[in-house]
Design a protein around this ligand. Structure first.
Ligand code: AMP
Length: 277
């Protein structure tokens, strides 16, 4: 496994690669969710490239950029075990030198849900993903459904900018009890870890209501809100039932819908989602 720390070297190495390249961008502190993407990339391509980069431009003021969990040694051992060919770990300064001046911004869907709550977040995401794709030039890039809006924003960017890469979606990997795996789960203490299950539970309840014939989005949201509010450690940031393509809020569910939410458990902000219909 080759570990590359500079953009220049990554571009040089890329030029010499032959066959199909599968790419998994991550912010590290890897878990089974990430590794599922990695395995898919490895199995379906001749060369598997994984990046580890905690992208500063997608964190807002007061967010957890400084505290974001990092364990490079462990990450590299896990990736080595998976048979990854190349790990690209650039420095922030190499990605964003002082002279840096170019931003990629997708409008429309980035103003909703996460984008509304975290202004500037998706501009950071689209910019870094664009840069990484330009450096690694993969045939396919793998993203998790866990970050459903991010996935749609990237699909939109790739379509709008006529990029060559194929975006592959991987379903959310969960802990045995249903909690979606996330690097941020490490922030939770035992009590919060138990409380965090409420996200999965209310998604299941929402789906069940829908399956039983409830198509009124407001009524489903009221039920979800009530259940989350019963959990004393949980505080709702938003709950959304939206058209799964445009992410526009639905009043009546007559189209595949993305139920998504951000909930603070103590000081940790968690997101989860499910597609219904
Ligand atoms: P991150 O390191 O959080 O930026 O995530 C890197 C990639 O892994 C993104 O495409 C995420 O959507 C994906 N990912 C994170 N958690 C999960 C999960 N539990 N299941 C599937 N994919 C995930």
């Amino acid at each position: 496994m080759q570990v590359i720390n500079s953009v220049k070297e990554m571009k040089q190495v890329r030029q010499k690669l032959t066959g199909t390249v599968g790419f998994v961008p991550t912010m590290g502190f890897l878990h089974e969710g990430h590794l599922t993407l990695v395995r898919r990339a490895k199995r379906k391509n001749d060369v598997a490239v994984v990046s580890i980069f905690v992208n500063p431009t997608q964190f807002g003021p007061g967010e957890d950029l400084q505290q974001y969990p990092r364990d490079t040694e462990r990450d590299l051992a896990l990736l080595e075990k998976e048979g990854v060919d190349i790990v690209f770990m650039p420095t922030p300064n190499d990605m964003y030198p002082d002279s840096y001046n170019t931003w990629v911004e997708t409008s429309g869907i980035t103003k909703r849900l996460e984008g509304k709550k975290r202004p500037g977040h998706f501009r950071g995401v689209t910019t870094i993903v664009n840069k990484l794709l330009n450096i690694v030039l993969p045939h396919k890039a793998y993203f998790g459904q866990k970050d459903a809006q991010q996935l749609r924003v990237i699909q939109k960017m790739v379509a709008d900018l006529n990029m060559h890469v194929r975006i592959v979606t991987v379903t959310t990997v969960r802990e045995k009890d249903g909690l979606a795996m996330s690097s941020r789960n490490i922030y939770l203490n035992d009590e919060e870890r138990k409380a965090a299950l409420v996200l999965y539970k209310v998604l299941s309840v929402a789906e069940e209501l829908y399956m039983r014939g409830e198509h009124d989005a407001a009524r489903i949201k009221v039920k979800m809100t009530g259940l989350i509010n019963k959990e004393s450690l949980a505080k709702i940031d938003y709950i959304s039932i939206a058209n799964s393509d445009t992410l526009e809020e639905l009043t009546y569910i007559d189209h595949p819908a993305l139920i998504s939410m951000a909930v603070k458990i103590g000081t940790t902000r968690l997101i989860d989602n499910r597609t219904i219909g």
